[in-house]
Design a protein around this ligand. Structure first.
Ligand SMILES: C[S@@+](CC[C@H](N)C(=O)[O-])C[C@H]1O[C@@H](n2cnc3c(N)ncnc32)[C@H](O)[C@@H]1O
Length: 276
């Protein structure tokens, strides 16, 4: 507890992101990663293998942009630093430990990749219009862009914040959550260089016999297109949940990801009618 408190004081983050819970969430993820070190290893390994597979599509290796780098536990950082002239790691919070790698050409940029969180913090009762950011689209030396275990996380903190600060209807919140993810996919698809998407496809709850008893769609009906690989991430074993249930995520890797119209399989009207 004391370590986590000191970490929260020392980790740089703008006031709005602290108040929206991003810093606490990042510290909580680090603590969970420590407790679940062994069971998370296969997922981290498969993520690293996917990244190394995805970058084979690069003709040039000047700059790689990684969004969702966080604690860097699922990034083959040494290999990327060897292959690329510059590695840009983007996250809304960079844990202090993630910066201790010793590579001068690996930079950490603290940035909200949706471009909407600060406005939402100041005005939680009126939701921003659907908006696709163009961050980094004009960097001509970027040769690869990776969205790393991030997409399904994008709505979590803003939705918690909105539930606390506004009385917006659940359907409106669902649509806002979906828009954040869709805008991220469109942003990723806006690069001319090769890209990769690694993100949760399902969130599953299992009983202790291993039977799946609940499946949630963290992508709100987006992306039916086939992924390159997929695997299970045992995200919370029983000792972590403290219950008779465990949680696992099905994680997908899409090499050279491009969002297409047919990826939006559930229409807004269906969400309004609670058909999700
Ligand atoms: C599941 S973690 C990714 C795992 C991470 N690569 C690791 O090794 O720990 C999701 C990451 O997304 C980041 N994130 C969430 N919302 C974000 C946003 N709007 N902009 C940028 N990063 C965001 C979180 O801070 C967190 O580090």
């Amino acid at each position: 507890m004391i370590t986590e408190f000191i970490t929260s004081l020392l980790t740089p983050a703008p006031k709005w992101s602290k108040h929206m819970g991003f810093l606490n969430e990042s510290i909580a993820i680090e603590a969970r990663a420590r407790r679940c070190r062994e069971v998370w290893k296969p997922h981290q390994q498969k993520t690293k293998e996917s990244i190394l597979d995805a970058i084979k599509a690069c003709d040039r290796t000047r700059t790689i942009l990684v969004v969702g780098s966080g604690s860097c536990l699922d990034i083959p950082l040494t290999e990327l630093a060897r292959i690329f002239e510059r590695v840009i790691l983007v996250d809304i919070i960079h844990p202090l430990k993630a910066k201790k790698h010793g590579f001068n050409h690996v930079t950490h940029i603290t940035l909200d990749i949706t471009g909407q969180m600060e406005a939402l913090y100041h005005n939680p009762t009126s939701l921003p219009e659907f908006y696709v950011p163009d961050l980094y689209h004009d960097f001509s030396d970027i040769d690869f862009v990776l969205s790393l275990n991030l997409a399904s996380q994008l709505p979590i903190m803003p939705i918690k914040y909105l539930m606390h600060k506004s009385s917006l209807d659940e359907n409106i919140l669902n649509q806002f959550a979906k828009n954040l993810i869709k805008a991220h996919f469109l942003w990723l698809s806006g690069f001319k260089c090769p890209t990769a998407l690694i993100c949760d496809k399902t969130w599953e709850k299992l009983d202790l016999s291993g039977k799946t008893i609940e499946i949630d769609d963290p992508l709100y009906g987006l992306i039916p297109q086939k992924n390159t690989w997929e695997w299970y991430w045992d995200v919370a074993p029983a000792y972590e949940t403290g219950t008779e249930f465990t949680h696992r995520n099905r994680v997908g890797y899409w090499s050279n990801f491009r969002f297409i119209d047919s990826d939006n399989i559930i229409a807004w009207s269906d969400i309004q009618n609670n058909k999700r």
